[in-house]
Design a binder for this molecule. Structure first.
Ligand SMILES: NC(=O)c1ccc[n+]([C@@H]2O[C@H](COP(=O)([O-])OP(=O)(O)OC[C@H]3O[C@@H](n4cnc5c(N)ncnc54)[C@H](O)[C@@H]3O)[C@@H](O)[C@H]2O)c1
Ligand SMILES: [Zn+2]
Ligand SMILES: [Zn+2]
Length: 404
């Protein structure tokens, strides 16, 4: 079968690989009918999330049809149409029972302290082959899949695999309350869904910050107030928009590949630039950008710093943008001295997603408008490259199987 395979930093290929088979009684095999490329995949190819093993199939967002189940999978049968959670969870351990499925004690073969296990990730996450393929093996299938109602299309469902639940989870981490002014850093697909979720959780106003005009335009289309950090100083702009108080809640939907402003009043000084260069060197020593492609973000702690500055005293920050375990820079002193609450983490997909499936099925929210690119998996490598370069309009790429 065809699959997108990680060979090295800056080197991914569409390869012919063997079809997966059941390896454990808790496994299922799923024929993938839609997959997608995520900002998390870009960290893996840019080298800002280290530890990838050559030969790993990429991708952690998919919808499909079950073709086989192991003996211990009691709730699903071949032929079921399913949503696959990005993160893998057993459903029986202490954490799964608390709904904290991203911290499942069992799913990560590296042991309970190894952290979240997800498809198509580095060795430390379990090195489970990913979902940008024709077929995939789903470990702990009973808890890692959800049944899909017939009135939710594949195109609607693909964003329920990771993006919508992560955005919702981000708004929950930031403790969004009725009437809040919420700032979302990042107008990528995760930021868009964090903004939509903040409104649904009661936010009075949502301000979205990014440096890419087409992405900001998509946020404006959702009636967010937008700030371009290359033309305005976002800290000043947000203070002006909040009577000098700052935001009640902030969501970081950017993570480690944050960029520094390149122009405008927020452009960084040579000293600040040198600090960022040092961070990039520490986080991504093996990065190998070629002609502007696969370039790590050049301001890794930029969003962490801005978030602490734009939030009100005693405010709340939710971090869903991914930072790898090797990242060590955070403005803890400023956060401490403002009495902030900072919560963060990988989305607990299995427990967060069911009401969101219902919301989509009921027609209360249509996620498809934000899928801007529809590509066959045969064109996946070119699609990855265009998405990495943040080509105008490329907010989210879904991949359809060959021959569909
Ligand atoms: N916690 C989770 O469970 C989870 C799940 C999915 C994705 N993620 C993470 O969410 C983040 C966003 O994912 P995505 O798919 O939207 O990625 P993306 O790369 O499409 O979007 C990131 C956006 O951030 C913007 N940006 C860069 N520097 C910025 C800055 N200084 N200020 C404001 N905006 C800035 C970019 O222009 C881009 O629009 C990634 O880090 C991804 O790994 C986390
Ligand atoms: Zn994702
Ligand atoms: Zn578990």
């Amino acid at each position: 079968m065809k699959a997108v395979v990680w060979h090295g930093i800056g080197d991914i290929r569409l390869d012919e690989v063997p079809e997966p088979s059941l390896q454990d009684p808790h496994d299922a095999i799923v024929r993938i009918t839609r997959s997608a490329i995520c900002g998390t995949d870009l960290h893996l190819v840019r080298g800002t999330m280290p530890g990838m093993q050559e030969g790993t199939v990429l991708g952690h967002e998919a919808v499909g049809i079950v073709t086989a189940v192991g003996d211990s999978v009691r709730g699903f049968s071949p032929g079921d149409r399913v949503l696959i959670n990005s993160t893998i969870s057993c459903g029986a351990c202490r954490y799964c029972r608390m709904g904290r499925t991203a911290q499942c004690d069992v799913a990560n073969p590296n042991g309970p302290q190894a952290g979240t296990s997800f498809f198509g990730g580095p060795a430390m996450t379990g090195q489970v082959d990913g979902l940008q393929a024709e077929y995939a093996r789903i470990p702990w299938a009973e808890n890692t899949m959800h049944p899909l109602p017939d009135n939710v299309s594949d195109e609607q469902a693909i964003l329920l695999s990771d993006i919508f639940p992560t955005g919702w989870f981000g708004a929950e981490l930031a403790g969004v309350r009725r009437g809040d002014i919420v700032v979302v850093f990042g107008a990528g697909i995760v930021g868009q869904f964090a903004a939509a979720s903040a409104f649904k959780q009661g936010a009075g106003r949502v301000i979205v910050v990014d440096g890419e005009e087409t992405r900001l335009a998509a946020a404006l289309a959702q009636n967010c107030e937008i700030v371009n950090y290359n033309t305005e100083d976002p800290v000043q702009a947000i203070m002006d928009l909040t009577n000098g108080i700052g935001a009640d809640a902030v969501i970081d939907a950017v993570g480690v590949d944050a960029e520094r402003p390149k122009q405008g009043p927020a452009a960084v000084s040579p000293d600040e630039g040198a600090k960022f260069d040092g961070e990039v060197q520490q986080i991504a020593p093996d990065a190998a950008p070629q002609d502007g492609q696969w370039k790590p973000g050049d301001g890794p702690s930029q969003v962490a710093r801005w978030a602490v500055e734009v939030v009100a005293k005693c405010g709340r920050i939710g971090i869903i943008g991914v930072y790898s375990p090797t990242v060590e820079t955070y403005p803890i002193g400023k956060a401490m001295n403002k009495n902030l609450t900072v919560r963060m983490g990988n989305c607990d997909h299995h427990s967060v997603t069911p009401p969101l499936i219902d919301m989509v099925a009921a027609g209360q929210f249509d996620p498809t408008a934000l899928i801007t690119e529809h590509e066959p998996i045969g064109s996946a490598i070119g699609a990855y490259e265009a998405f990495d370069r943040r080509e105008a309009g490329w907010i989210k790429v879904e991949l359809a199987p060959l021959g569909s």
